[in-house]
Ligand binder design. Structure first.
Ligand code: ADP
Length: 502
């Protein structure tokens, strides 16, 4: 592993954008926070301030929800046809495509991820998401039913269901894929006809602000998408507790997910979908193609610096292959070039913030104190910026914090196994159930294990494969509901049954 610290500067479009006076998008206008407060946005590679943004809180959330309510109930959006909604979404995808480089740079500077990864991953997937959901806007259908009504013999009825938009939706997103998470949330909600108050993560507000500018350029009516930059405990909490918000869609920690459920329970029982943490098992069976599985396991944990809720952080390897796999993945880790996201040679950027950096360092210290051993990595690196060495731990025990809790950093624990049934039990021995993977040449066995793993996503002989059509979400405490695919549309509609007596 090597660390490079000097990075080329961003394009003039990105520089110009960052210099703007960034405000909140409420009712189609960019406005200062009611309090007048602003906060700094930090480049995690250099610790420099790259921009300042308005600090929205409760009063701004009130204004944004009122705008979204008006847009939903009586504004032009309430009369927009499905086809028009689809066209707007498609246009947004096109416009985003025209600004791909700029968005990739914004993500590199704001989140820290390599620009190439943002370009090929985040931005490309976000464009695809808007286009995919554009197609669904015209395909949201109900059913017709033949009734029997046993206590009304001889009577005839015509019954059908409508899939109606759920209403005003509060969307709260995290910092690990800032633009992509905004796209995952906005696209299905807009396809379904909802209006939105989007609360972006305080660490990474910039790409959503730029997206807000494109949303205006495309011509979504005022109040349909409102964007609040601000803190979770203030703006996020106000949104979750707001009595006129019909639904919250949240991605983030399980801890905050529980707070949102509580807030909804204490106010208006708003609908909730949650995409939460993970501690995903990645399983290498004795017959696996090791040449494929080793880089696969490295990608599973080190992609996006391990800041993925589905990161393959528990690597189960059959005893027969254990030493070879540990050696291979450690070698892969040591080859990773750690540096600023804007540097073209960077494979892995910094942790997103000082807080996240401290949290990951804390886990490393606790793991090593409890008796785990770092074959490679194990500590922070660099003089400035929030960098962590890609780390492979061995000699862990199942009750250690590094095995039980989500680290959200580039740290994998490799665990040997012998018996297949015990392996499945160990893999499922977690409060989480977001993702899992199995590497094997025996496809039938791969399918069988996929059925036994308690996770919303199972990859066989691959990892981190995402597509707009593939539902993504959690079993157990990894969440409620699914993102992407038609299931996401269902999260933003509700069923109305209409019965006519003939
Ligand atoms: P992390 O700990 O990894 O930053 P969080 O779950 O705290 O993840 O953050 C995810 C999102 O939830 C962010 O947009 C954050 O501002 C928001 N958030 C944090 N605390 C709350 C809260 N009490 N209520 C609502 N949203 C919150």
């Amino acid at each position: 592993m090597s660390t490079t610290l000097e990075a080329p500067s961003a394009s003039s479009a990105t520089e110009q954008f960052l210099k703007q006076q960034h405000k909140l998008l409420i009712n189609g206008d960019w406005v200062e926070a009611a309090s007048g407060k602003r906060f700094d946005v930090i480049n995690p590679a250099s610790e420099d301030v790259i921009a300042t943004v308005a600090e929205g809180d409760s009063e701004d959330v009130q204004r944004a929800v009122a705008a979204a309510r008006k847009a939903f109930d009586t504004g032009p959006w309430s009369r927009t046809t499905p086809s028009e909604r689809g066209k707007l979404l498609w246009k947004l995808g096109d416009l985003l495509e025209q600004h791909m480089e700029e968005f990739a740079e914004i993500e590199a500077l704001d989140n820290g991820k390599p620009k190439a990864a943002a370009l090929g991953g985040d931005v490309t997937l976000a464009i695809d998401m808007f286009r995919y959901m554009a197609g669904w806007a015209t395909k949201i259908e109900g059913n017709t039913m033949s009734l029997s009504v046993p206590y009304m013999p001889g009577e005839e009825f015509h019954s059908y269901t409508l899939q109606e938009p759920v209403g005003v939706v509060g969307q709260i997103i995290p910092w690990n894929f800032p633009l992509l998470m905004a796209a995952w949330k906005l696209a299905p909600a807009l396809a379904a006809g909802c209006t939105i108050v989007l609360k972006v993560a305080e660490e990474t507000p910039m790409s959503a602000i730029r997206l807000g500018q494109l949303i205006q350029e495309v011509g979504f009516p005022p109040g349909v998408v409102n964007i609040i930059t601000g803190y979770g405990e203030t703006a996020g909490a106000a949104l979750s507790a707001h009595p006129d918000v019909d639904k919250i869609a949240f991605t983030g920690s399980t801890e905050v997910g529980k707070l949102i459920v509580k807030a909804a329970g204490e106010t208006n029982l708003k609908k909730i979908t949650l995409e939460l943490g993970g501690k995903s098992p990645n399983i290498i069976l004795p017959d696996a193609d090791i040449e494929q599985a080793i880089p696969g396991a490295a990608n599973a944990i080190f992609f996006n610096h391990g800041q993925c809720c589905c990161a393959g952080s528990r690597l189960f390897v059959h005893k027969k292959q254990f030493d070879r796999v540990v050696e291979g993945i450690s070698e892969a880790a040591s080859q990773i070039r750690v540096g600023p996201g804007m540097h073209p040679d960077t494979d892995m950027g910094p942790m997103v913030s000082q807080i996240q950096h401290n949290r990951v360092c804390g886990y490393l210290e606790s793991g090593l104190e409890e008796g785990a051993r770092a074959v490679v990595g194990g500590k922070k690196t660099g003089d400035r910026g929030y960098f962590i060495e890609p780390t492979v731990l061995v000699d862990t025990q199942k009750d250690m914090k590094v095995i039980r809790e989500e680290i959200f950093g580039p740290v994998v624990a490799a665990v040997p196994f012998d018996d297949l049934d015990e392996l499945v039990d160990s893999a499922n021995d977690t409060q989480y159930g977001l993702a899992a993977a199995v590497w094997t040449r025996d496809i039938s066995l791969g399918h069988k294990i996929a059925r036994r793993l308690k996770a919303g996503t199972v990859w066989v002989n691959c990892y981190n494969v995402f597509d707009s059509s593939l539902p993504f979400g959690g079993y157990k405490q990894s969440g409620w509901g699914r993102e992407m695919g038609y299931e996401a549309i269902r999260n933003y509609t509700q069923t109305k049954a209409v019965t006519v007596h003939l």
